[in-house]
Design a protein around this ligand. Structure first.
Ligand SMILES: *Cc1c(COP(=O)(O)O)cnc(C)c1O
Length: 379
């Protein structure tokens, strides 16, 4: 089955009691048993809920995985992955990780004696230099935030296998429409559903997908034991959102391309970060592992001053100034004072997060209107 058909049909079936075509919101905590231990697969909603089950199956299908698990947020999903580790274990990760993931690694798990190495993953030799017999996990995020670097998933998979480490890919920025990391050797794919998969800026949720049965059992045990599950109403909203994921992503990509072309030739724009540009340093890797290039764009200004960026951020009318990404509406943000504010200036400038850097999450409005909005704000 192809992607759009899976998005609409995988994991869902008409409700057996009424024929309702949409999976109902099973707003229930428990399930009646005719006799102790006799049940239809559902005993208590922390462990299993039919609305969540439908969503988990659908997500697994979109990621070409056997198993899917949903959590209360993207970070709750990441937390569950890290709980498979033990004191003394080491993780090698990219050095421009999502800020919340970095905080979880360093502030919560480092005190439990798990060691993290943050390296530039453009160079496999640098990654290998950080690996040893205690390396149990390689954590990749691609494209990275906010400068859209692309990490070669297949190359990281080869390295992870050599050290018998688990490769985890945070696929939030790409969505399963653009990239399926399991096809390139990832052991776990992680999503912040909050972003493209939910797509309507109305739900916070996370997910994990994997193929290995033992690993899936371990993660399901953690999901149930720690209890950071999503509720049935949210699962319903996400199931509804997924039905248009392919259409939304197609438009995000078209609009992203049009805006990248507009910005590329704009006299005020200095660096432009979008993996679809032939001049992007990782364009070839992006072409290899992604189906298209998405709607996440960042750029900085020749006049590299915070005030110049702020003027633009305050003047856009369609692009709303807000955290988050991946919704139908276009958003604009200032990484240096928003997502990357806690990173020391020199460190963030090393990864391109200068004072004039602006990040766009290009929505699915009409491209002419979006370009006009940027044109007037830049002037
Ligand atoms: C938002 C985000 C997360 C965290 O997800 P939440 O749903 O906000 O907990 C993790 N990784 C990336 C790349 C994100 O953009």
């Amino acid at each position: 089955m192809k992607f759009g058909t899976k998005a609409i049909h995988a994991g869902v079936r008409p409700d057996p009691s009424t024929g309702a075509i949409m999976t109902p919101v099973y707003q229930t905590s428990t399930y009646v048993q005719p006799s102790p231990g006799q049940h239809q697969g559902y005993e208590y909603s922390r462990t299993h809920n039919p609305t969540r089950t439908a969503l988990q199956k659908n997500l697994a299908a979109l990621e070409n995985a056997k198993h899917g698990l949903c959590f209360a947020s993207g970070l709750a999903a990441i937390d569950a992955v890290l709980k498979t580790l033990r004191p003394g274990d080491e993780v090698v990760s990219t050095n421009d990780l999502y800020g919340g993931t970095y905080r979880l690694f360093t502030k919560i798990f480092e005190p439990y004696d798990i060691r993290f190495h943050f390296v530039g993953m453009g160079d496999p030799a640098a990654v290998e230099a950080a690996m040893n017999e205690r390396t149990k996990m390689v954590w990749v995020e691609t494209p990275t935030n906010p400068t859209m670097r692309i990490i070669d998933i297949a190359a990281m998979s080869t390295l992870a296998q050599k050290y018998q480490a688990l490769l985890v890919v945070d696929n939030t920025f790409a969505s399963p429409y653009l990239q399926n990391p399991i096809d390139f050797g990832a052991g776990i794919v992680m999503h912040s559903i909050t972003k493209y998969i939910g797509g309507h800026s109305d739900v916070v949720m996370g997910a994990l997908c994997c193929n290995d049965d033992d690993l899936a059992e371990k993660l399901a045990f953690i999901q149930n034991s720690c209890g950071a599950v999503c509720g049935p109403q949210d699962a319903f909203l996400v199931l509804r959102g997924i039905k248009t994921l392919h259409l939304r992503m197609q438009r995000h990509c078209e609009n992203g391309k049009a805006i990248a072309q507009f910005l590329k030739d704009h006299p005020k724009v200095n660096h432009l970060y979008w993996p679809g540009l032939e001049s992007h340093p990782n364009h070839a890797v992006a072409q290899r592992q992604m189906r298209d290039f998405g709607g996440m764009i960042a750029f900085d200004l020749h006049e590299n001053q915070r005030e110049k960026a702020f003027q633009i951020l305050e003047r856009t009318k369609l692009f709303s100034l807000a955290e988050s990404l991946g919704g139908v509406e276009s958003l604009i943000g200032h990484p240096a004072s928003m997502t990357h504010a806690s990173i020391p200036k020199a460190d963030r400038e090393n990864i391109g997060v200068v004072d004039s850097l602006i990040r766009l999450s290009v929505g699915i409005e009409d491209e002419e209107d979006l370009i006009e909005d940027l044109r007037q704000a830049l002037n």
